[in-house]
Design a protein around this ligand. Structure first.
Ligand code: 6R9
Length: 659
């Protein structure tokens, strides 16, 4: 999320995309969501959300749907009490679905585990008993620093069951990142593993915990899952093995109900400046909206679907769409431990074929990587079970959308482009499959029950065809309840930009097309200003990706004596395109002309560089800040949040080689 808000005039709206894909009659007829969902929600928003909340099991009903009297601090389902883990596990077993598979777990080395809902109930109960035996009490914070193992999910649900607040820290983060997060939340326990498989090799994990915990006196215990048999240092009394502590516990545990606003978890997002923000989510509203969106946006049929979200549980997508939403709905899902090209570039498609995956949810960065690897790879597998494809994390370029639908979805499946944030907790803007005629590249419309607007600098809604800032103008059930321990920062970061109107400012630029559909245009900090025109990086990137030789593009504005900023583009070629040829002066000119044709001469990049990789965060978002350093010939800034810190070197050396 951004700390500062954009200023100046609104964005120029340049790229046009007119292809649409209406849902098939067959899909529409069987779809969970029907068009009247929008009307129902518009007629009475609170009644609509109450109806969604009724899909959960409450111990005590609420007496008020929404209390917004202390805005921007919301309370949803006031007075209601429920247990989140009971809703995700026990109630499915009680309903007679204990034999249904909850998790098909696939390890990176090829090992696997099948976990039914009855198994899940036993494991979560044992874990809850173990956490209680370690002295954890309702309200305590627990850090979870783990690879994608079933135990990570057991741990999250055991916390929810006991009313402990978890803080999952992505397993690729450093000891220092873990330390600052433990410290901020004053966590008492860390759950981790000895090591984790990464690209076919075991890598140590507990070592980073030892380093972090040496400087965090709040930690009383470290609970360690054995995964890779890596040698670990051991601090007697503090460190305990999972198999010693959890396995022998009783598999019976009676859940207690907690207040609807009981803190469920903290998840840290890195800001552009300063220390990471601990985004706080609570129970009833969060579970209501994650379950509702998962059911309608993915058209989930729990009895027959096999769902797979490829995110890591270290990100909000893993929290809402691996753990809470799908499990609240009683889904059967695949959880995969490893990387997409271990041991080969067809691994995801092999998994889709093996488990008969029907719903697949991933990020544009991975779709563009698949494009780069080439369509021959998925062509080797049977992907005919797929019926819904989803995208999240960044704007999806129309060409990548088309490739996804055609190559993975056999030109048949709906593709849902879902816009949301760690802060929103659940999907906010997305087509509904079976209802919305899909438009490649557009997230389209706020979901029933959600209200979003594109506004200008003054907070006035822009007309159809106009661009500006994306805001959320009404509270929603899964909204963040604040930043852990920092009320002021919460108000400043999200509510000060449009304080007069009381809008939540998301930090993203967006536009309406002539039908009123929303297009996301990237973070407002990334917007370029060329000769007084505010141009979005996303639009120029999408134009580049629509050229047959380009798999992926990142665009930045570099200072320019004449135009204020000049557009500099970095492109990755598609598989099979000869690099020498594509780097030639004619090929580069062809790309520049292509952008001019797609968008207009004003958007023509000043410079285009062919690169082997792009700098990305560990959740796959392009870090344009570092590319700006390259484009402006500056020393490259802080690379600690990069997924692969050698990428910048690769880019700089590659550029020197070609001049
Ligand atoms: C869920 C997640 C949030 C930021 C958000 C925006 C970008 C996410 C998007 C999208 C365009 C989409 N973003 N989904 N942009 N289209 N479908 O990614 O959360 O890690 O907090 O990132 O990601 O810029 O503001 P988070």
């Amino acid at each position: 999320m951004t700390e500062q808000s954009g200023q100046g005039q609104t964005l120029d709206n340049l790229l046009t995309e007119s292809r649409t894909f209406p849902p098939s009659d067959e899909f529409a007829q069987q779809a969970n969501a029907k068009a009247d969902l929008y009307e129902q929600a518009d007629a009475d928003r609170e009644a609509f959300w109450a109806a969604q909340a009724e899909q959960l099991t409450w111990e005590t009903p609420w007496n008020q749907v929404l209390d917004w009297s202390n805005a921007p601090f919301a309370k949803w389902f006031v007075g209601g009490r429920l247990n989140v883990a009971y809703n995700c596990v026990d109630r499915h077993v009680e309903a007679g679905n204990g034999d249904r598979v909850a998790i098909h777990w696939e390890g990176e080395p090829g090992d696997g585990r099948t976990i039914t809902y009855a198994d899940l109930l036993r494991e979560v109960s044992k874990t809850a008993n173990a956490l209680a035996s370690l002295g954890m009490r309702t309200g305590d914070r627990v850090a979870i620093y783990m690879p994608m193992l079933p135990e990570a999910i057991f741990a999250m649900l055991a916390c929810a069951r006991l009313g402990l607040t978890h803080s999952v820290v992505f397993g690729g983060f450093s000891a220092e990142a873990l330390r600052s997060r433990i410290d901020d939340a004053q966590a008492k326990l860390v759950i981790t593993a000895d090591g984790q498989y990464r690209r076919g090799k075991p890598a140590p994990l507990k070592a980073a915990v030892d380093e972090a915990v040496a400087k965090t006196p709040s930690i009383e215990h470290v609970l360690v899952v054995r995964r890779t048999d890596t040698d670990v240092e051991w601090t007697e009394g503090r460190d305990v093995w999972w198999h010693d502590t959890v396995d022998g516990q009783s598999d019976q545990h009676t859940p207690e109900a907690f207040d609807s606003e009981h803190p469920l978890y903290i998840l840290y997002t890195s800001g552009t400046t300063g220390k990471p923000k601990g985004i706080l989510h609570t129970s009833g509203g969060y579970l209501t909206q994650t379950a509702y969106t998962h059911r309608n946006v993915f058209d989930l049929k729990p009895e027959s679907d096999v769902y797979w979200c490829t995110a890591d549980i270290g990100w909000v997508t893993g929290h809402s769409y691996i753990v809470y939403g799908p499990l609240a709905n009683g889904a059967t899902q695949v959880v995969y431990e490893g990387t997409p090209n271990t041991p080969h570039e067809g691994r995801h498609w092999e998994i889709v074929q093996k488990y008969g995956v029907t719903i697949y949810y991933t990020a544009p960065t991975l779709i563009r990587t698949f494009m780069k690897w080439g369509k021959e790879i998925p062509a080797k597998y049977d992907l005919s079970t797929l019926r819904v494809l989803g995208s999240v994390g960044e704007p999806i370029n129309p060409e990548a959308w088309i490739w996804y639908r055609e190559t993975i979805g056999a030109a048949r499946t709906p593709v849902v482009d879902t816009w949301w944030q760690t802060e929103t907790g659940a999907i906010m803007i997305s087509p509904l499959p079976g209802v919305t005629p899909a438009k490649p590249g557009s997230a389209q419309r706020a979901l029933p029950g959600i209200s979003a607007k594109v506004v200008d600098d003054q907070g006035n809604e822009v007309a159809a065809g106009g661009g500006g800032y994306l805001v959320l103008d009404k509270p929603w059930p899964s909204m963040l309840r604040g930043i852990w321990g920092d009320e002021e920062r919460y108000r400043d970061t999200y509510w000060s930009r449009f304080a007069d109107q009381g809008f939540y400012f998301a930090g993203d630029g967006a536009k309406y097309d002539l039908d009123g559909d929303v297009w996301l245009l990237g973070r407002v900090d990334d917007v370029m200003n060329v000769s007084g025109h505010r141009i979005s990086t996303t639009e120029v990137e999408s134009a580049l990706v629509s050229h047959p030789t380009v798999a992926e593009a990142a665009v930045v504005g570099a200072s320019d004596a004449t135009t204020g900023q000049g557009i500099v583009a970095f492109v990755i070629l598609r598989g099979g395109v000869a690099e020498d040829e594509a780097k030639g002066a004619n090929a580069i000119k062809a790309l520049r002309d292509h952008v001019a044709k797609e968008i207009g001469p004003i958007a023509k990049p000043r410079q285009i560089m062919v690169v082997p990789e792009l700098p990305k965060t560990r959740s796959g978002k392009i870090m344009r800040r570092l590319l700006r350093d390259v484009a402006e010939n500056r020393e490259i800034g802080d690379v600690t949040t990069l997924a692969d810190s050698s990428v910048m070197e690769l880019i700089s050396t590659g550029l020197k080689d070609t001049g």
